[in-house]
Ligand binder design. Structure first.
Ligand code: HEC
Ligand code: HEC
Ligand code: HEC
Ligand code: HEC
Length: 446
């Protein structure tokens, strides 16, 4: 039996329900402000509520609606904003629907989540629903996610993150203080999936390593898929923000320049005491204090960053357009009666190409974190997508009666209509959920 049909027989389509991944209220700090040392970290942490800009990626790149169709990410996808918004945004996002998804969607939103994992067990937590435990989510990305209660030590609050670091021989307890700092971020800024056979608990799939090839090997050998693509029938896997993975192989990582060096620079308060800014959002504002020791000028570094961003954007656009075509062509053959076994090699190329593309682009800031890895992933993805299309072209020429119609991706609405996605209905469902279950009941929701 080939891999694809094996997958179909092993895993029912019910997987669809698992995917809709995740991302409050201005949280109440659990900080003890009678501790002077906590004052500046807390003020700067609260100030992430000023980082309130985000942009609608589905409007900017309507082709994402096709590529992610059926995964949940096709419903809504924006760039990230400040840590104070984590709880509010995952509650509002159309992906979490009416609260029936797994509570695992809360895993990376605040310290109440690991506290519940300790209380109910990881499977017990994953087996609950998002709506069921939302009232427990009080603080958004809080002190207890990264610190011991006295703030004197760093910690990883999440058991799945502790296990993941051990899988790649980076056990938290054995790492330098610099890397421990990066790992506090890497609890959440990593790729993951919900483990269906373990009540949807979060698993970080690093058993063979944490680059795109090693994780793909894990998913392929387990014949895992997050969802079946409705257009092509390909068994897809979704990458989610692998910032830690990309950074850990970068030039900066080799020099111990970590997430904390760039995103939490050292500052000095009125009394001359040093502290780390806990506003992670404003990297380029910190040029003089963090980058200048190695990079000559802000202007030229900014120019380099923009150039890398443009290169990544151009490469990804190319891959996205190829993949949309490949899904449509495979789908036409499927609907035209060609059996799935003969489509299987092309579907696996689509799966592998889209996985690599997603591993590059769902990592926010790959142009800054590891542009060479990002470009290499996109180059391989392009080759694999072309390979899929070459195979499909041969099959189409053998079946001249089959016509391919390509989805309209000229704007968001057109792409939604092409994929049968009714945004208004999803918004109504969300509004009902907020009115009936959230407002006035969960902390911080009037
Ligand atoms: C408990 C999980 C969690 C931890 C730990 C965490 N983050 Fe985040 N981070 C998030 C989530 C969730 C978002 C998106 C919030 C939104 O868009 O509502 C985010 C957003 C961000 C953003 C974009 C928002 C902005 O302010 O511009 C940056 C940058 C960031 N995080 C960096 C870091 C760094 C650096 C660390 C480690 C010091 C870290 N994060 C630790 C969950 C986490
Ligand atoms: C060498 C400095 C540097 C290091 C190290 C670094 N970052 Fe970044 N990061 C940046 C820059 C620069 C940007 C892009 C900002 C821009 O283009 O405006 C960025 C972007 C981001 C974003 C996206 C922010 C947004 O608003 O879209 C996130 C999230 C993020 N970084 C998290 C991390 C995490 C987590 C780590 C460690 C695993 C890390 N970064 C390591 C410099 C760094
Ligand atoms: C995303 C992880 C994260 C969160 C959330 C977080 N911290 Fe920190 N905190 C760090 C890191 C990393 C350092 C730097 C430790 C080092 O390198 O010595 C730090 C340092 C500190 C320090 C030592 C002084 C300094 O600034 O270097 C204090 C005190 C502190 N944090 C308090 C807090 C308080 C209070 C909160 C909640 C309001 C909080 N932190 C939330 C990661 C976090
Ligand atoms: C300890 C030294 C050091 C610090 C501090 C440092 N960098 Fe770097 N950075 C390097 C080195 C070395 C390279 C790789 C060689 C190169 O491309 O210049 C690099 C490369 C880069 C690249 C990739 C450039 C390219 O051409 O692809 C970017 C972007 C970047 N750094 C951004 C930053 C930012 C932003 C900061 C501050 C927030 C920063 N770096 C801080 C040493 C540093």
């Amino acid at each position: 039996m080939n891999l694809f049909s094996l997958m179909k027989s092993l895993f029912p389509i019910a997987f669809l329900a698992l995917l809709s991944g995740c991302s409050p209220a201005e949280s109440v700090p659990s900080a003890d402000l009678t501790q002077p040392a906590d004052t500046q970290p807390t003020i700067s942490w609260q100030s992430t509520s000023n980082n309130d800009e985000r942009s609608d990626m589905l409007a900017a790149r309507p082709q994402l609606i096709v590529l992610w169709s059926g995964s949940g990410y096709d419903k809504q996808f924006s760039t990230p904003r400040g840590h104070q918004f984590a709880i509010k945004d995952v509650t509002n996002v159309l992906r979490t629907g009416d609260g029936e998804k797994s509570a695992s969607c809360w895993s990376c939103k605040g310290p109440a989540a690991p506290a519940m994992m300790a209380e109910f067990g990881e499977n017990g937590f994953g087996g609950k629903t998002f709506g069921e435990v939302g009232h427990r989510m009080d603080v958004s990305v809080g002190c207890d996610d990264c610190h011991s209660p006295d703030r004197k030590a760093l910690k990883l609050a999440r058991p799945f993150a502790q296990k993941a670091m051990a899988k790649v021989q980076q056990d938290f307890d054995t790492m330098s203080p610099a890397w421990q700092g990066a790992q506090t971020c890497g609890q959440c800024h990593v790729t993951y999936y919900f483990q269906p056979e373990q009540d949807n608990r979060v698993n970080i799939p690093w058993i063979f390593g944490n680059d795109a090839d090693a994780i793909e090997k894990y998913y392929d050998t387990r014949r895992f898929y997050d969802w079946i693509h409705p257009l092509s029938g390909a068994p897809m896997v979704k990458a989610r923000h692998p910032e830690y993975e990309h950074w850990s192989r970068s030039e900066h990582a080799k020099m111990d320049v970590t997430c904390v060096s760039c995103h939490m620079p050292t500052q000095v308060d009125d009394e001359g005491r040093e502290y780390h800014s806990h506003n992670t959002g404003k990297v380029m504002d910190n040029f003089d204090s963090t980058c200048a020791s190695c990079h000559a000028s802000k202007k030229s570094l900014q120019a380099k960053l923009s150039k890398r961003k443009q290169q990544i954007d151009d490469a990804r656009t190319e891959v996205e357009k190829l993949l949309v075509k490949a899904h449509a062509e495979a789908g036409a053959l499927w609907r035209g009666g060609v059996n799935q076994t003969s489509l299987s090699p092309a579907l696996m190329d689509i799966r592998h190409a889209q996985w690599r593309w997603d591993f590059a682009v769902s990592s926010h800031g790959v142009h800054a974190h590891n542009p060479s890895e990002g470009l290499a992933l996109l180059a391989t993805a392009k080759r694999q997508a072309q390979q899929a299309r070459a195979t499909l072209a041969v099959m189409l020429s053998q079946n001249p009666e089959i016509e391919v119609s390509y989805p309209d991706i000229s704007n968001k609405l057109a792409a939604q209509q092409a994929m049968g996605l009714d945004e208004a209905a999803l918004q109504q469902q969300k509004q009902r959920f907020l009115d009936e279950q959230v407002k006035g009941k969960w902390p911080g929701w009037e």
